[in-house]
Ligand binder design. Structure first.
Ligand SMILES: *Cc1c(COP(=O)(O)O)cnc(C)c1O
Length: 393
Protein backbone atom coordinates (compact mmCIF):
# COMPACT_ATOMS: atom_id res chain seq x y z
CA UNK A 1 0.00 0.00 0.00
CA UNK A 2 1.36 3.41 -0.91
CA UNK A 3 0.09 6.95 -1.36
CA UNK A 4 2.97 7.97 -3.58
CA UNK A 5 1.29 8.44 -6.95
CA UNK A 6 1.13 12.09 -7.89
CA UNK A 7 3.82 14.70 -8.23
CA UNK A 8 7.08 13.64 -6.62
CA UNK A 9 8.32 16.20 -4.12
CA UNK A 10 12.04 16.58 -4.59
CA UNK A 11 13.10 17.97 -1.24
CA UNK A 12 16.84 17.55 -1.70
CA UNK A 13 19.26 20.49 -1.60
CA UNK A 14 20.01 20.50 -5.29
CA UNK A 15 19.11 20.06 -7.95
CA UNK A 16 15.92 21.73 -6.78
CA UNK A 17 12.51 21.93 -8.41
CA UNK A 18 12.67 23.48 -11.86
CA UNK A 19 9.59 25.62 -12.58
CA UNK A 20 7.44 24.53 -15.52
CA UNK A 21 7.98 27.99 -17.04
CA UNK A 22 11.74 27.42 -17.06
CA UNK A 23 11.34 23.97 -18.63
CA UNK A 24 8.97 25.41 -21.22
CA UNK A 25 11.46 28.16 -22.08
CA UNK A 26 14.04 25.45 -22.82
CA UNK A 27 11.72 23.45 -25.06
CA UNK A 28 12.73 24.93 -28.40
CA UNK A 29 15.21 24.37 -31.21
CA UNK A 30 18.81 25.52 -31.01
CA UNK A 31 19.63 28.86 -32.58
CA UNK A 32 22.66 30.38 -34.30
CA UNK A 33 25.28 31.09 -31.64
CA UNK A 34 25.90 34.51 -33.17
CA UNK A 35 22.22 35.46 -33.32
CA UNK A 36 21.14 38.71 -31.79
CA UNK A 37 18.81 36.88 -29.43
CA UNK A 38 21.58 34.68 -28.04
CA UNK A 39 23.95 37.61 -27.58
CA UNK A 40 21.15 39.53 -25.87
CA UNK A 41 20.50 36.67 -23.46
CA UNK A 42 24.20 36.46 -22.57
CA UNK A 43 24.48 40.21 -21.99
CA UNK A 44 21.31 40.41 -19.92
CA UNK A 45 22.19 37.37 -17.79
CA UNK A 46 25.70 38.72 -17.09
CA UNK A 47 24.12 42.04 -16.11
CA UNK A 48 21.44 40.40 -13.95
CA UNK A 49 24.09 38.34 -12.18
CA UNK A 50 25.62 41.63 -11.07
CA UNK A 51 22.27 42.60 -9.56
CA UNK A 52 21.91 39.24 -7.83
CA UNK A 53 25.48 39.18 -6.46
CA UNK A 54 25.11 42.94 -5.83
CA UNK A 55 28.34 43.95 -7.44
CA UNK A 56 29.68 46.37 -10.01
CA UNK A 57 32.45 43.85 -10.74
CA UNK A 58 32.60 41.46 -13.69
CA UNK A 59 30.51 38.32 -13.96
CA UNK A 60 31.20 35.13 -15.89
CA UNK A 61 28.98 32.20 -16.89
CA UNK A 62 30.48 28.74 -17.36
CA UNK A 63 29.05 25.54 -18.79
CA UNK A 64 29.88 23.69 -15.56
CA UNK A 65 28.46 22.64 -12.24
CA UNK A 66 29.43 24.22 -8.92
CA UNK A 67 32.72 22.34 -8.82
CA UNK A 68 33.57 23.97 -12.13
CA UNK A 69 32.80 27.35 -10.57
CA UNK A 70 35.28 26.54 -7.80
CA UNK A 71 37.98 25.74 -10.35
CA UNK A 72 37.18 28.89 -12.29
CA UNK A 73 37.52 31.02 -9.17
CA UNK A 74 40.81 29.49 -8.04
CA UNK A 75 42.53 29.27 -11.41
CA UNK A 76 41.91 32.90 -12.26
CA UNK A 77 43.46 34.49 -9.17
CA UNK A 78 46.06 32.09 -7.74
CA UNK A 79 49.51 30.83 -8.61
CA UNK A 80 51.01 27.46 -7.81
CA UNK A 81 52.45 27.51 -4.31
CA UNK A 82 50.12 30.25 -3.08
CA UNK A 83 48.81 29.66 0.40
CA UNK A 84 45.03 29.31 0.78
CA UNK A 85 43.20 29.36 4.10
CA UNK A 86 40.05 27.23 4.13
CA UNK A 87 37.37 28.05 6.72
CA UNK A 88 35.42 24.81 7.15
CA UNK A 89 31.87 24.55 8.49
CA UNK A 90 30.79 21.24 7.01
CA UNK A 91 31.88 19.78 3.74
CA UNK A 92 31.86 22.29 0.96
CA UNK A 93 34.70 24.67 1.83
CA UNK A 94 36.84 21.57 2.35
CA UNK A 95 35.94 20.36 -1.14
CA UNK A 96 36.93 23.72 -2.58
CA UNK A 97 40.21 23.50 -0.64
CA UNK A 98 40.91 19.97 -1.93
CA UNK A 99 40.50 21.30 -5.42
CA UNK A 100 42.90 24.18 -4.77
CA UNK A 101 45.46 21.71 -3.36
CA UNK A 102 45.31 19.54 -6.45
CA UNK A 103 45.78 22.62 -8.59
CA UNK A 104 49.03 23.39 -6.76
CA UNK A 105 48.00 25.65 -3.87
CA UNK A 106 49.41 25.22 -0.37
CA UNK A 107 46.15 24.69 1.52
CA UNK A 108 45.71 25.20 5.24
CA UNK A 109 42.43 24.28 6.91
CA UNK A 110 41.45 26.33 9.92
CA UNK A 111 40.01 24.34 12.79
CA UNK A 112 36.23 24.07 12.53
CA UNK A 113 33.38 21.68 13.09
CA UNK A 114 30.35 20.14 11.45
CA UNK A 115 27.98 21.77 13.92
CA UNK A 116 29.43 25.26 14.06
CA UNK A 117 29.60 28.36 11.96
CA UNK A 118 33.04 29.75 11.16
CA UNK A 119 34.35 31.75 14.12
CA UNK A 120 35.49 35.19 12.87
CA UNK A 121 37.74 35.66 15.92
CA UNK A 122 39.69 32.52 14.98
CA UNK A 123 40.08 33.86 11.43
CA UNK A 124 41.42 37.15 12.78
CA UNK A 125 43.82 35.38 15.12
CA UNK A 126 45.21 33.16 12.32
CA UNK A 127 45.62 36.03 9.88
CA UNK A 128 47.39 38.19 12.47
CA UNK A 129 49.98 35.44 12.83
CA UNK A 130 50.60 35.52 9.07
CA UNK A 131 52.92 38.52 9.28
CA UNK A 132 54.52 37.83 5.88
CA UNK A 133 51.09 37.75 4.21
CA UNK A 134 51.79 34.33 2.74
CA UNK A 135 48.05 33.59 2.68
CA UNK A 136 46.72 34.81 -0.66
CA UNK A 137 43.09 33.75 -0.35
CA UNK A 138 40.52 32.85 2.29
CA UNK A 139 37.77 30.51 1.08
CA UNK A 140 34.44 30.00 2.80
CA UNK A 141 30.86 29.00 1.96
CA UNK A 142 27.92 31.19 2.89
CA UNK A 143 25.59 28.22 3.48
CA UNK A 144 27.06 24.76 3.87
CA UNK A 145 24.50 22.37 2.44
CA UNK A 146 25.97 19.37 4.25
CA UNK A 147 25.78 20.80 7.77
CA UNK A 148 22.95 23.32 7.37
CA UNK A 149 25.01 26.18 8.76
CA UNK A 150 25.04 29.80 7.60
CA UNK A 151 28.27 31.74 7.95
CA UNK A 152 28.43 35.45 8.72
CA UNK A 153 30.35 36.73 5.69
CA UNK A 154 30.45 40.43 6.75
CA UNK A 155 31.88 39.37 10.14
CA UNK A 156 34.57 37.32 8.39
CA UNK A 157 35.46 40.34 6.26
CA UNK A 158 35.66 42.49 9.41
CA UNK A 159 38.00 39.92 10.95
CA UNK A 160 40.26 40.07 7.88
CA UNK A 161 40.26 43.86 8.01
CA UNK A 162 40.97 43.84 11.75
CA UNK A 163 44.01 41.67 11.00
CA UNK A 164 44.97 44.17 8.23
CA UNK A 165 45.41 41.19 5.94
CA UNK A 166 45.33 41.60 2.14
CA UNK A 167 44.17 38.06 1.23
CA UNK A 168 41.30 37.78 -1.21
CA UNK A 169 37.96 36.77 0.31
CA UNK A 170 36.37 34.07 -1.85
CA UNK A 171 32.80 33.00 -1.10
CA UNK A 172 30.75 30.03 -2.32
CA UNK A 173 27.08 31.06 -2.62
CA UNK A 174 25.81 27.94 -4.41
CA UNK A 175 23.23 27.17 -1.71
CA UNK A 176 22.44 30.74 -0.71
CA UNK A 177 22.18 33.04 -3.73
CA UNK A 178 18.52 33.91 -4.24
CA UNK A 179 17.69 32.43 -0.81
CA UNK A 180 19.25 34.93 1.60
CA UNK A 181 20.95 38.32 1.39
CA UNK A 182 24.32 38.50 -0.34
CA UNK A 183 25.94 41.86 -0.91
CA UNK A 184 29.26 41.31 -2.61
CA UNK A 185 30.53 44.90 -2.83
CA UNK A 186 29.20 46.13 0.50
CA UNK A 187 30.58 43.07 2.25
CA UNK A 188 34.00 43.32 0.64
CA UNK A 189 33.88 39.94 -1.09
CA UNK A 190 36.53 39.72 -3.82
CA UNK A 191 35.38 36.57 -5.64
CA UNK A 192 31.93 34.99 -5.36
CA UNK A 193 30.73 31.88 -7.14
CA UNK A 194 27.43 30.06 -7.50
CA UNK A 195 25.55 27.47 -9.54
CA UNK A 196 22.30 27.35 -11.48
CA UNK A 197 20.56 24.42 -9.79
CA UNK A 198 19.73 25.52 -6.27
CA UNK A 199 18.20 28.86 -5.35
CA UNK A 200 18.34 29.96 -8.98
CA UNK A 201 15.77 27.38 -10.15
CA UNK A 202 17.56 26.28 -13.33
CA UNK A 203 18.74 22.77 -14.24
CA UNK A 204 22.31 21.90 -13.21
CA UNK A 205 25.02 22.81 -15.67
CA UNK A 206 25.82 26.51 -15.24
CA UNK A 207 28.34 28.03 -12.85
CA UNK A 208 28.62 31.73 -12.10
CA UNK A 209 31.60 33.70 -10.90
CA UNK A 210 31.81 37.38 -9.95
CA UNK A 211 35.10 39.22 -9.48
CA UNK A 212 35.88 42.68 -8.17
CA UNK A 213 38.79 44.94 -9.14
CA UNK A 214 41.16 43.41 -6.56
CA UNK A 215 40.46 39.93 -7.89
CA UNK A 216 40.98 41.07 -11.47
CA UNK A 217 44.29 42.62 -10.44
CA UNK A 218 45.38 39.31 -8.89
CA UNK A 219 44.28 37.68 -12.15
CA UNK A 220 46.99 39.57 -14.05
CA UNK A 221 49.78 37.57 -12.40
CA UNK A 222 47.97 34.30 -11.57
CA UNK A 223 49.70 31.31 -13.14
CA UNK A 224 47.02 28.68 -12.56
CA UNK A 225 45.07 30.18 -15.47
CA UNK A 226 43.89 27.84 -18.21
CA UNK A 227 42.11 28.84 -21.39
CA UNK A 228 38.74 27.33 -20.57
CA UNK A 229 38.27 29.23 -17.32
CA UNK A 230 40.27 32.33 -18.21
CA UNK A 231 38.54 35.64 -17.49
CA UNK A 232 40.66 37.62 -19.96
CA UNK A 233 39.70 35.32 -22.83
CA UNK A 234 36.05 35.46 -21.84
CA UNK A 235 36.09 39.23 -21.75
CA UNK A 236 36.79 39.13 -25.51
CA UNK A 237 34.36 40.70 -27.96
CA UNK A 238 33.31 37.57 -29.86
CA UNK A 239 30.26 35.83 -28.41
CA UNK A 240 31.94 32.43 -28.75
CA UNK A 241 34.62 33.59 -26.28
CA UNK A 242 32.08 34.26 -23.51
CA UNK A 243 31.74 30.49 -23.10
CA UNK A 244 35.12 29.48 -24.57
CA UNK A 245 33.09 27.52 -27.11
CA UNK A 246 29.47 26.81 -27.91
CA UNK A 247 27.12 28.57 -25.51
CA UNK A 248 24.99 26.18 -23.39
CA UNK A 249 21.98 27.62 -25.23
CA UNK A 250 19.12 25.75 -23.62
CA UNK A 251 20.39 26.27 -20.10
CA UNK A 252 20.66 29.96 -20.93
CA UNK A 253 17.07 30.02 -22.20
CA UNK A 254 16.09 28.49 -18.88
CA UNK A 255 18.26 30.84 -16.86
CA UNK A 256 16.82 33.90 -18.59
CA UNK A 257 13.34 32.73 -17.63
CA UNK A 258 14.38 31.90 -14.05
CA UNK A 259 15.89 35.37 -13.61
CA UNK A 260 12.70 36.96 -14.99
CA UNK A 261 10.71 34.97 -12.44
CA UNK A 262 13.06 35.93 -9.62
CA UNK A 263 12.85 39.65 -10.45
CA UNK A 264 9.11 39.34 -10.96
CA UNK A 265 8.76 38.01 -7.42
CA UNK A 266 11.40 40.46 -6.22
CA UNK A 267 14.71 39.31 -4.77
CA UNK A 268 13.72 40.66 -1.35
CA UNK A 269 10.44 38.75 -1.46
CA UNK A 270 12.18 35.53 -2.49
CA UNK A 271 14.51 35.93 0.47
CA UNK A 272 11.56 36.58 2.79
CA UNK A 273 9.80 33.48 1.42
CA UNK A 274 12.87 31.37 2.22
CA UNK A 275 12.96 32.79 5.75
CA UNK A 276 9.30 31.93 6.35
CA UNK A 277 9.53 28.41 4.96
CA UNK A 278 12.75 27.75 6.90
CA UNK A 279 11.14 28.97 10.13
CA UNK A 280 8.13 26.71 9.49
CA UNK A 281 10.45 23.75 8.97
CA UNK A 282 12.33 24.57 12.16
CA UNK A 283 9.06 24.84 14.09
CA UNK A 284 8.24 21.26 13.03
CA UNK A 285 11.71 19.90 13.75
CA UNK A 286 11.73 21.55 17.20
CA UNK A 287 8.52 19.67 18.04
CA UNK A 288 9.80 16.34 16.71
CA UNK A 289 13.03 16.82 18.69
CA UNK A 290 11.02 16.55 21.93
CA UNK A 291 11.07 12.77 21.37
CA UNK A 292 14.87 12.91 21.84
CA UNK A 293 15.67 10.89 18.73
CA UNK A 294 15.78 13.79 16.28
CA UNK A 295 17.78 16.98 16.78
CA UNK A 296 19.03 19.98 14.80
CA UNK A 297 22.55 19.43 13.50
CA UNK A 298 23.30 23.08 14.27
CA UNK A 299 22.61 23.63 17.97
CA UNK A 300 22.95 27.42 17.84
CA UNK A 301 19.64 28.62 16.34
CA UNK A 302 20.92 31.83 14.65
CA UNK A 303 23.46 29.76 12.70
CA UNK A 304 20.79 27.64 10.97
CA UNK A 305 20.49 28.23 7.24
CA UNK A 306 17.32 29.38 5.50
CA UNK A 307 17.68 27.09 2.49
CA UNK A 308 18.39 23.75 4.17
CA UNK A 309 17.70 22.10 7.52
CA UNK A 310 19.97 19.26 8.63
CA UNK A 311 18.51 16.87 11.18
CA UNK A 312 20.48 14.41 13.31
CA UNK A 313 18.92 11.09 14.19
CA UNK A 314 19.89 8.70 16.98
CA UNK A 315 18.65 5.74 14.94
CA UNK A 316 19.43 4.83 11.31
CA UNK A 317 17.60 7.36 9.09
CA UNK A 318 17.39 4.99 6.10
CA UNK A 319 13.97 3.47 6.92
CA UNK A 320 12.47 6.95 7.28
CA UNK A 321 13.93 8.16 3.97
CA UNK A 322 12.80 4.96 2.24
CA UNK A 323 9.32 5.33 3.70
CA UNK A 324 8.98 8.95 2.58
CA UNK A 325 10.18 8.13 -0.94
CA UNK A 326 8.38 4.85 -1.54
CA UNK A 327 5.16 5.41 0.39
CA UNK A 328 4.69 9.17 0.01
CA UNK A 329 6.65 10.27 -3.08
CA UNK A 330 8.81 12.67 -1.05
CA UNK A 331 12.56 12.55 -1.63
CA UNK A 332 14.64 13.84 1.28
CA UNK A 333 18.36 14.60 1.30
CA UNK A 334 20.63 11.94 2.77
CA UNK A 335 23.22 12.87 5.39
CA UNK A 336 26.62 13.75 3.90
CA UNK A 337 30.08 13.54 5.45
CA UNK A 338 29.87 13.45 9.24
CA UNK A 339 26.09 13.07 8.91
CA UNK A 340 26.31 9.93 6.76
CA UNK A 341 23.93 7.38 8.27
CA UNK A 342 23.29 9.75 11.15
CA UNK A 343 20.78 12.18 9.79
CA UNK A 344 18.88 13.60 6.85
CA UNK A 345 18.23 16.95 5.24
CA UNK A 346 15.12 18.85 4.22
CA UNK A 347 15.64 21.46 1.52
CA UNK A 348 13.47 24.57 1.35
CA UNK A 349 15.42 26.12 -1.46
CA UNK A 350 14.53 27.69 -4.78
CA UNK A 351 11.13 27.19 -6.32
CA UNK A 352 9.07 26.03 -3.36
CA UNK A 353 6.03 27.26 -1.52
CA UNK A 354 4.00 26.56 1.61
CA UNK A 355 2.18 23.42 0.38
CA UNK A 356 5.42 21.88 -0.86
CA UNK A 357 7.16 22.44 2.47
CA UNK A 358 4.10 21.49 4.55
CA UNK A 359 3.64 18.42 2.35
CA UNK A 360 7.23 17.38 2.88
CA UNK A 361 6.97 17.94 6.63
CA UNK A 362 3.70 16.00 6.64
CA UNK A 363 5.33 13.02 4.94
CA UNK A 364 8.20 13.03 7.45
CA UNK A 365 5.77 13.13 10.36
CA UNK A 366 3.73 10.36 8.78
CA UNK A 367 6.92 8.29 8.47
CA UNK A 368 7.88 8.93 12.07
CA UNK A 369 4.47 7.67 13.13
CA UNK A 370 4.42 4.65 10.79
CA UNK A 371 7.88 3.54 11.87
CA UNK A 372 7.21 4.22 15.58
CA UNK A 373 10.20 6.55 15.81
CA UNK A 374 9.83 8.53 19.05
CA UNK A 375 9.01 12.16 18.31
CA UNK A 376 7.09 15.05 19.76
CA UNK A 377 3.74 15.16 17.97
CA UNK A 378 2.31 18.24 16.34
CA UNK A 379 5.32 19.23 14.22
CA UNK A 380 3.28 20.01 11.13
CA UNK A 381 0.72 21.77 13.31
CA UNK A 382 3.48 23.99 14.70
CA UNK A 383 4.64 24.80 11.17
CA UNK A 384 1.09 25.72 10.16
CA UNK A 385 0.58 27.85 13.24
CA UNK A 386 3.83 29.69 12.61
CA UNK A 387 2.94 30.40 8.97
CA UNK A 388 -0.60 31.37 9.94
CA UNK A 389 0.81 33.99 12.27
CA UNK A 390 3.64 35.18 10.02
CA UNK A 391 1.86 35.35 6.65
CA UNK A 392 -0.82 38.01 7.04
CA UNK A 393 -3.90 38.20 4.81
C1 LIG B 1 25.81 21.90 -4.22
C2 LIG B 1 26.94 22.71 -3.70
C3 LIG B 1 28.19 22.76 -4.35
C4 LIG B 1 28.55 21.90 -5.51
O1 LIG B 1 27.81 22.10 -6.63
P1 LIG B 1 27.85 21.02 -7.80
O2 LIG B 1 26.99 21.60 -8.84
O3 LIG B 1 27.34 19.75 -7.22
O4 LIG B 1 29.27 20.88 -8.24
C5 LIG B 1 29.14 23.62 -3.85
N1 LIG B 1 28.91 24.35 -2.75
C6 LIG B 1 27.73 24.31 -2.10
C7 LIG B 1 27.54 25.15 -0.89
C8 LIG B 1 26.72 23.48 -2.54
O5 LIG B 1 25.56 23.42 -1.87
Amino acid sequence: MTVSRGREFLSIPGPTNVPEQVLAAMNRPAVDIYSGEMIGITDSCLEDLRKIFRTTGRTYIYAANGHGGWEAAISNVLSRGDKVLVLPSGRFALGWGDMARMMGADVEVLEGGWQLAVNPAAVEERLKRDKQHAIKAVVVVQIDTASGVVNDIPAIRKAMDAAKHPALLMVDTVASLGCMPFDMDAWGVDVAMSGSQKGLMTPPGLAFVAANARAREAHQTANMRTLYWDWTFREGEIHYQKYCGTPPEHLLFGLRKAFDMLFDEGLENAIRRHTLLAEATRAAVAKWAEGEVLAFNIPNAPDRANSITCILMRSDPTPLLDYCREKCGVVLGIGLGDLTGKGFRIAHMGYCNAPMVLGTLGAVEMGLKALSIPHGSGGVQAAIEYLGRAVKP
